[in-house]
Each structure stands twice: as structure tokens, then as C-alpha cells.
Design a protein around this ligand. Structure first.
Ligand SMILES: O=C(O)CCC(=O)C(=O)O
Ligand SMILES: [Fe+2]
Length: 331
């Protein structure tokens, strides 16, 4: 039997939400409202280098999150990226199912919808498409959408830009810890750093106050760079409260992930975040995860550790970290 897709469900006549989407009271958006108006850090990359080092490291220590402007990715490229992603989700269901993934059998790439493992687990109100973008030696284009035909060209162009921006951010973050600019990138595998695209598609939901898009989590990546469409919905956790991230056209949303928190020995915070959905409008987001290769050993950078600053995290391969996180084992 095929997987029930959220998009299919949302397109049908829904009188009542299926129970597996309805969150317990303490998780529902209606009972855990986000603060509006408290602004998350916004950093223009066109500032002088020393100012950037300070601003980026401060935002990533205090929030684990910031919005980046003047990053040099053309607005028209972001629009094309969004177009090709939307086109994919508009294809007839049968065509999309040809790309169905199967995470329980290790097939992560492709078209997916999260399913519950346990009877009491809740499911998220979204479908997604997930595939590797880099390094070229590991990319398998047969996992990428073949339609629309400009998907590949557009996504490859975006990948190049993302690699450039990631390099700059990792350099700023390294310098913000008093290290040489290349330290974080080299611990993350250098040119073997892995870049993954996850297109999230959240259909309109008749009772958005009862469900979650993605549930509260930190990303396993080193850093995540996300662009949303113009429907707000991302919340980041700060000082024991959810803070709504307002839509800022053409900004990149940068999340610190678990691997940079570990490498920095806790100076930079892997940000807890979640997303909520909308009653009338489809929300979409393009999350790019930059992560080390599976065999990379990740632990606090030795230069940051001494008697006064003991290691706060154990060192293990990224593969081991992933396995433990997926299986909810202690790290
Ligand atoms: O859609 C969003 O804004 C957040 C998505 C997200 O956190 C994820 O895919 O890891
Ligand atoms: Fe995330």
C-alpha cells in the first residue's frame, strides 16, 4: 500500500482532521503561541569583514540563527528555484510517486512523507522532496525531479551559490572563535562537505492550530540555509519562548546545526525550531543542509579545549551521530 500524502489529504473534502495529526494540548500552536515582533538578528554580508565576524558569531552564540541579506544570490535565481520546486509538487500524484523514498530501508532521497513508528507518535503536516546536491561524486541525478526540465540546471546553479555562501559563513564562524578561517570547513570534510536539498511543502490545513508542520528539532547538519516562500511559519526557540520569524524577501535563513555546536564546544548553539501551517495558503521552504561526510570524526576542535574549557561533547563519526539521533539514543 502506498503512503498517504498530506497533499492528497488536503485536496480532499476534509470534515475532520485524522487523529494522527492532532497534537496533544501542550504541543499545539494554540497553546504555545510565538512572540511576534521580537526581531531575530538580520546581518548584511556587505559589511566590513571584522564587523561581520562579530555580528555572525554573536547571533550564532545567542540565537543559533540569523537572517542574511546582501549575500549575492540573485533574486531571480531564488525565484527560479522556487518555481521549479512548485512545479514538481503540481505534477499528477502518479508522477510524483515514481520518486517515492523509503527511509526505513535506507533510501532517503526522493519524495517523502514522514510516517509514525509508534502508535502514539504524531505526524507532521507536510510532504517533502529530498536529494543530495554536492559533492558531485556522490550525486545521483536519477533521484532528482526530471520535471520540470529546468529543475536540474536551476538547482545546480543554486548549489554553486550555496557553496560560496557556506564557505563565507564557516570562515566567519571560525574567526569568531579566534581560529584560522579554514578550520571549521576542514573539520567538515573540506571539499567533501555534503550539501542536501529538502523542499518542504505544507498544504493549507483546515485546523492549523491543532497541528505542526515540522515538530521541534535541531538540525543534524553543520549549518542549514533556508529560503521560504512568503507564507510565514518558522518559529525559533529563544529564552524559553517561541519567536516567530517574519518573512524578509530574499533573505537567507541560517540555522546553526548540531555539528557546528559540537565543533565549537558549545559556543555556537544548534537552534531548536519548528514550523506551523496556514489555513488558506500553502507554505513552502527550501532547506539546504551542509553536513560532514559520514566517516568524518566530529568533536570539539582541539584548539578550543584546555583545562579551563573541558570538552562538552564526545567525539564520534557523523554516521554514528546520525544513527543515534534517528534512534533517539543518547549522544
Ligand atoms: O520550513 C521551515 O521553515 C523549517 C523546515 C525545517 O526545519 C527542516 O526541514 O529541517
Ligand atoms: Fe530544521
Amino acid at each position: 500500500m502506498g503512503v498517504e500524502r498530506v497533499q492528497t489529504l488536503a485536496n480532499g473534502e476534509l470534515n475532520e482532521l485524522p487523529a494522527q495529526f492532532i497534537r496533544p494540548a501542550h504541543e499545539r500552536p494554540e497553546n504555545t503561541e510565538a512572540i511576534e515582533g521580537l526581531t531575530v538578528p538580520v546581518i548584511s554580508l556587505s559589511q566590513p569583514h571584522d564587523v561581520l565576524v562579530k555580528e555572525v558569531s554573536r547571533a550564532c552564540s545567542e540565537w543559533g540563527f540569523c537572517l542574511i541579506t546582501d549575500h549575492g544570490i540573485p533574486e531571480s535565481l531564488i525565484q527560479r528555484l522556487q518555481m521549479v520546486g512548485q512545479e514538481f509538487f503540481k505534477l499528477p500524484q502518479k508522477e510524483k510517486e515514481a520518486y517515492a523514498n523509503d527511509p526505513s530501508n535506507g533510501k532517503f532521497e526522493g519524495y517523502g512523507t514522514k510516517m509514525t513508528k509508534n502508535h502514539d507518535d504524531k505526524v507532521e503536516w507536510l510532504d517533502y522532496f529530498f536529494h543530495l546536491m554536492s559533492p558531485p561524486s556522490k550525486v545521483n541525478y536519477s533521484f532528482w525531479p526530471q520535471k520540470p526540465s529546468s529543475y536540474r540546471e536551476t538547482t545546480e546553479e543554486y548549489n554553486k551559490e550555496i557553496l560560496r555562501v557556506t564557505d563565507e559563513l564557516l570562515q566567519l564562524l571560525s574567526e569568531g572563535m579566534g581560529l584560522e578561517g579554514n578550520v571549521l570547513k576542514s573539520h567538515l570534510g573540506g571539499e567533501d562537505i555534503e550539501v542536501e536539498m529538502k523542499i518542504n511543502m505544507y498544504p493549507p490545513c483546515p485546523q492549523p492550530q491543532l497541528v505542526l508542520g515540522v515538530e521541534p528539532h535541531t538540525d543534524m547538519s553543520a549549518i542549514t540555509i533556508l529560503v521560504p516562500n512568503d507564507v510565514p511559519g518558522l518559529h525559533v526557540w529563544k529564552d524559553e519562548k517561541w519567536v516567530a520569524v517574519n518573512y524578509l524577501p530574499n533573505a537567507l535563513l541560517v540555522h546553526i546545526g548540531d555539528q557546528v555546536e559540537i565543533l565549537s564546544n558549545g559556543k555556537y548553539k544548534s537552534v531548536l525550531h519548528r514550523s506551523i501551517v496556514n489555513k488558506d495558503r500553502m507554505r513552502m521552504s527550501w532547506a539546504v543542509f551542509c553536513a560532514p561526510p559520514h566517516e568524518a570524526l566530529i568533536g570539539p576542535v582541539p584548539a578550543l579545549v584546555d583545562d579551563q574549557n573541558p570538552e562538552k561533547y564526545s567525539t564520534k563519526t557523523f554516521a554514528e551521530y546520525r544513527f543515534r539521533k534517528f534512534n533517539k539514543l543518547p549522544q
